[in-house]
Design a protein around this ligand. Structure first.
Ligand code: AMP
Ligand code: ZN
Length: 135
């Protein structure tokens, strides 16, 4: 456990949370600054900072719990859909350096939105050639 990590302290029961689900490996609780009603965070109890720092076995287990919790929330709230968000690094908006998946419940017609615009096909082609890789 990292003593200065707020999510480690929540996992250890030192700081309270609004718990949604818990098992030996993960804890899920409501985000205290929700994007939407039912916005839930799923964390591994063991500390790691982000996706690239987390071992594959932990990630696999974590994602299975994200699925389990999301399925439950979809029925229990209910909601029409949900976004999964997982921020890595300050540039991506990560504020807590303990890996977590956001489950953000969505309702038909709600105002939450990511905005995008059509890409330039030549630039997309060149980019895929530059960053594409096999295996
Ligand atoms: P991120 O920006 O992906 O690092 O998300 C961190 C999230 O943790 C934010 O949405 C915060 O609202 C949430 N958060 C921070 N402290 C707490 C806490 N004590 N209990 C629940 N959620 C928290
Ligand atoms: Zn931690």
């Amino acid at each position: 456990m990292a003593n200065d990590c707020i999510f480690c302290r929540i996992a250890a029961g030192e700081i309270p949370c609004f718990k949604v689900y818990e098992d030996e490996l993960v804890l899920a609780y409501l985000d205290i600054n929700p994007f939407s009603e039912g916005h839930t965070l799923v964390i591994p109890k063991a500390h790691s900072a982000g996706l690239l720092d987390t071992d594959d076995a932990t990630l696999a287990a974590l994602l299975s719990r994200v699925k389990k919790v999301a399925a439950h929330i979809k029925e229990a709230l209910p909601c029409d859909g949900f976004n999964i968000l997982q921020n890595n690094g300050e540039a991506a908006g990560q504020t807590v350096r303990h890996i977590h998946f956001h489950i953000i419940p969505r309702r038909n017609g709600d105002p939450l939105a990511f905005s995008n615009s059509p890409g330039d096909m030549e630039r997309l082609k060149a980019l895929a050639q530059r960053i594409g890789f096999a295996q």
